[in-house]
Design a protein around this ligand. Sequence first.
Ligand code: MG
Length: 389
Amino acid sequence: MEPRAIAILGATGSIGTTTLQVVRTHPTLLKIAGLAAHTRWRDLIAPVQEFGVTTIALSDPQAAQEARQSGAFPASTRILEGPAGLTEIACLPEVHTVVSAVVGTAGLVPTLAAIQKGKTIALASKELLVLAGKFITAAARQSGSQLLPVDSEHNAIHQLLRDKPAHDIDRLILTASGGAFRDTPLEALSQVTPKQALQHPNWSMGPKVTIDSATMANKGLELIEAQWLFQVPMDRLDVVIHPQSIIHSLIALTDGSLQAQLSPPSMAYPIQDCLLFPLRLPCPAPRLKLSEALTLQLTPPDPRRYPCLGLAQAAARQGGIAPAIFNAANEVAVEAFMKGQLAFTSISAIISETLSQSPQHEPSSLEDLLAFESQSRQLASRLALGRTP
Ligand code: MG
């Protein structure tokens, strides 16, 4: 059997490099057909050599130019550029699975194009479903493309739901680590710094996700994602804080029993699950050792500590453009916080104000949605600038 060909959008980030590690572990089953990054072309030199990749893309044309002129790649390497380059990588005829791991919304158009071609999508960028869940799931239904969640929580639920009839399922329960300020006194939260927020207790992730984990805006985005992925309404989704990040999520069955998926906090597990699905093989990450004592805590989140969670739930219930506004306002607010322009506790205030000052809207097309999204981004920027830290 031919190895399954993988394209990675976001090849130089933490999901991208862990994907390479999984592919390296299973060379007879997996191969790399294409790699795409934003600007970091130097980080593609080694994987291009190691995996014999013939096509790469850089969304930044300047970076593509530099890569071509560097002489660091074999003469046979095709170096594509711009958003169209990402789309071409995602739609290469030999590609079976596209790992969609571009930060933000730049992955939307290429991922949608791959879905329309019927490719399997290992979905790691949560913004895509939050923004365009309606369009993405409709396109997948039409082409028969499979959407497999890379995010550890959704991957856990995907594993738990396999082969279970819908009438057996009562609720889906996403676990959350609680982030860097889980135990910080509430009154100290307004004074915390970006540096403190970036110290995540369990996961090593990009800075944006790490801040989102501290505010739990991340879990809010994940709730919205779960609605689309599993086609369940918000009132059947719960969040529980689990500081150890060993239980990646749970499902509650109709009879009241709970089932959970446990593994160490390594993204190699969910990534491999997506790439080899439905095969299970040894994963290139440490295993849980039950020969050592293991304590697992589960506690409900305190809404005073995590106001972003309630805002995300409200946006999801509102539907239409609201989840996209939640995401845009959060991105703007987190950026302002990182620059020292906004207090940590004002992140939720900016989201709340942006949501309440934006009109309700049901987007008719992706273009319509993106236009509204960029308006709410501008509104959030004005609101953030109006505040001092
Ligand atoms: Mg997650």
